[in-house]
Write a protein that binds this ligand. Structure first.
Ligand SMILES: Cc1cc2nc3c(=O)[nH]c(=O)nc-3n(C[C@H](O)[C@H](O)[C@H](O)COP(=O)(O)O)c2cc1C
Length: 280
């Protein structure tokens, strides 16, 4: 399965089979998460693979998810050094892992709020200058739903996304970008559109100017969001990751560039410059 295919089929999995992963699969996951990954802002992340029964017995951690996730035997925890854009870099790197796990046939669910950071701090041996923006369970998807899902007590309906022309623009926010299936950049933006986001707020907006793509956050309040992390910056990191994985697959090259073009009032994060443009 290609990354673009995996991006298209990934969905949050909140109920898992109580089935163990094979030693080969565990080895493959550990190998992949140990690959050094830096986000577009240059900060390196670090991830660990957690076998819940082992961690419970050895480290006395509970790894609870307040009833949002059922039966998960495995989790991926991680951290990044604290700085203004830590969450963007972390979201970027964990999304690469999530997409890899999806292509291995495994379920995941971004968890930014409903988990106990102290347990993960202990397992990660967290340093004072590090932060844990989010985690994910890993495993085989169960056929039925969690009790919360059955009762409609999840935060949101994750199946919906805004239209392409609501999220992406040309020159300014006044001119929506019309989807062209033959334009590789539109294919990459479609992967941004399908990205998961906290409470499915889809806060990413992109304005194309010439061969530059400027990424902005259109913030919305998230009730009950943790104070220790910026969930919408994680969302942005996930979106940038999907955009870059799609461009890699489509053989499109370019580079990240941080320079606010001041073309709208939204919160500027970063720009992408197509190779043809920056080579001139
Ligand atoms: C940064 C982030 C944090 C999230 N935190 C939680 C959470 O704490 N609990 C939960 O059940 N889902 C959480 N989600 C999952 C979203 O609700 C889900 O991705 C969104 O509704 C879209 O649905 P989908 O993933 O099935 O496409 C989070 C997603 C992201 C990206």
């Amino acid at each position: 399965m290609t990354d673009i295919e995996a991006i298209k089929i990934r969905k949050s999995v909140r109920k898992y089979e109580k089935r163990e992963l094979s030693p080969e699969i565990i080895k493959e996951i550990i190998h992949f998460i140990q690959n050094p990954c830096k986000g577009p802002f240059g900060n390196e992340t670090r991830f660990i693979f957690i076998e819940k029964p082992v961690a419970k017995a050895k480290e006395k951690v509970r790894l609870g998810t307040y009833g949002f996730i059922s039966n998960a035997l495995y989790f991926i925890g991680g951290c990044v050094e604290k700085f203004e854009f830590s969450e963007v870099d972390y979201g970027y790197c964990l999304e690469k892992i999530v997409i890899r796990l999806t292509s291995m046939g495994l379920g995941t669910c971004w968890i930014g709020g409903t988990f106990n950071r102290k347990d993960y701090a202990k397992l990660l041996d967290l340093k004072p200058n590090e932060t844990i923006p989010a985690i994910t369970p890993v495993g085989y998807k169960a056929e039925d739903k969690t009790l919360r899902e059955k009762l409609g007590l999840t935060f949101t309906d994750g199946s919906k996304r805004y239209n392409f022309d609501t999220l992406f623009f040309e020159e300014s926010l006044n001119k929506p970008l019309i989807f062209d299936p033959d334009d590789p950049y539109h294919k990459a933006l479609e992967c941004v559109r399908l990205a998961p986001s906290a409470v499915n707020k889809q806060p990413w907006r992109v304005i194309k100017v010439g061969s530059k793509y400027h990424f902005y956050l259109k913030r919305e309040k998230i009730t009950g969001a943790p104070k220790s992390t910026d969930l919408q910056k994680i969302d942005m990191g996930i979106a940038l990751s999907n955009f870059k994985m799609a461009l890699n697959e489509l053989n499109i090259r370019g580079k990240w560039h941080i320079h606010n073009p001041n073309i709208c009032d939204l919160e500027y994060i970063i720009s992408w410059i197509d190779e043809i443009h920056f080579m001139q």
